[in-house]
Design a protein around this ligand. Sequence first.
Ligand code: ADP
Length: 431
Amino acid sequence: MNAIWQGARRRVAARWMPLAAATLVLLALVILQQLDATAALISVGALFTIAAFWPLDTAGLIEALSGSGSSVARAKRGPDLDRKGWRAVVDAIPTSAVALDAAGSVVHYNRLACDFFPKIRNGLPMSQLSRNPDLIGAVDRALATDERIDVELIERVPVERRVSASVSQLAHSPSPSSPRLLITFRDLTEQDRLAQMRADFIANASHELRTPLASLRAFVETLQGPARDDPAARERFLGVMASQAERMTRLIDDLLSLSRVEMRVHLSPRGIVELNETAAYVCQSLEPVAEGLGISLTLQRDKTPARIRGDREEIVQVIQNLIQNAIKYGREGGRVDVRVGHEPPYASAGARVWVSVSDDGPGIAPVHLPRLTERFYRVNVTSSREKGGTGLGLAIVKHILNRHRGEIKIDSKLGAGSVFTVSFDELGANG
Ligand code: ADP
């Protein structure tokens, strides 16, 4: 009732000028005896009544004209729209967000907040939502002052994570159920993980480069000192130095290659690559290497074209890395078989095309399989280095596959060789 009365007063106050003018005109008509005093009084009453209940906003006017909604509903509309408005804002915040009232209890929260606080519900006091003293203290301080307060929290349950919480004041409102504080949460765990990965990567890369560099420096010092006049030693040392320099070059090439692929990972490839032809090209280029180690390298093409959307240079790199690994880590005098195929058969909807590279080497223990595509991960570091490995080949393969929406599958058993299969969406005949 009070709300209706307050709304009527607000509308009359907003229209005081036209109301005063109309009253003066009616008064003048009465004085000039052009209008009966009773009729003038009835007209003034009618004007005030209309002014008191005629909605101020256009939407309300349309609704009033169409006759929908009661006057009580209309009187409530303003606060309702406000309430919907700030709830929508909280819902739209792209991180976890919780709104608290002046008593520090939850009045609204977005969907992401449920991930942070599975037990969250409206009406729950903040102290029951989180037991973290820093967060509870920040809420108390923000309620008492008008400051925005940032706190960093280490949450241990259900999993350990570092979270940044920001407590901000919203506008003061006379209604106790209106939001007074907004707390937004940002999980820094993923950011920390990426920073750690970057730091590990730089440490690994520096270590990989420092080892051959230290060896080169040691040989230079020996050649400048004790071996200065020893032609046989000089010859031997220069050979080792050349191979260390080659190792550094390979590592730098792979690092640059990885960085190039990483930079382009979100750019979809535009070319068309035929896997039978590409696999044949790579096999032909690696044939002399395989032959040198007494390994028979065979290719079994698919009977039908195996076309994918791709970057030919990168697909060559993928197949080359897999065949080089099969030659490096396979059995000396053994065999490496390359196959191209479809699954399900050619031109079916959702068909995938694949290239597999199998060897009859010592195989890989299951514990290593999930980690082989990590940068610098090697089953045996010494053996990889001896064979000219950098530990980056499969990481490069993985990144190229990500860009091509391709997949890698590794099947291996100790003593029974390994099969590395990469697969891609087939490009239809009209693609
Ligand atoms: P690397 O430069 O050391 O060869 P990769 O990333 O290409 O680095 O491979 C990572 C590791 O995976 C290798 O060091 C090796 O231990 C293992 N590996 C890769 N391919 C094979 C294979 N065909 N047979 C056995 N082990 C393999």
